[in-house]
Design a protein around this ligand. Structure first.
Ligand code: ZN
Length: 90
């Protein structure tokens, strides 16, 4: 008998989150995986801290000249949602 609190959500482990995080921040993950990462981050302070660091690193890389304006706006919206989810779990 198996019982999970997350129902059908594909909840990744910390290790999987670490591997998927940059793709998640790039919105390169399938929605289902992306939601799993977000759910994990909402529950896991360690991964939240890692995500914040990675996001900063990615932000710096983009500021260095890779960003397209439209992409930046989309990312800001995604990250705002991400922050709300993270704070909810704090
Ligand atoms: Zn974690």
């Amino acid at each position: 008998m198996t019982e999970t609190t997350s129902g059908n959500l594909d909840m990744p482990t910390c290790q999987e989150v670490a591997l998927r995080l940059s793709d998640h921040l790039d919105r390169a993950l399938p929605l289902r995986r992306s939601l799993g990462v977000q759910a994990h981050l909402a529950l896991c302070p360690n991964c939240r801290r890692y995500a914040a660091q990675l996001r900063e690193t990615l932000g710096l890389a983009r500021a260095a000249g890779q960003a397209a304006p439209a992409d930046e706006a989309g990312e800001a919206a995604a990250l705002a949602m991400f922050d709300r989810l993270a704070k909810k779990g704090a």
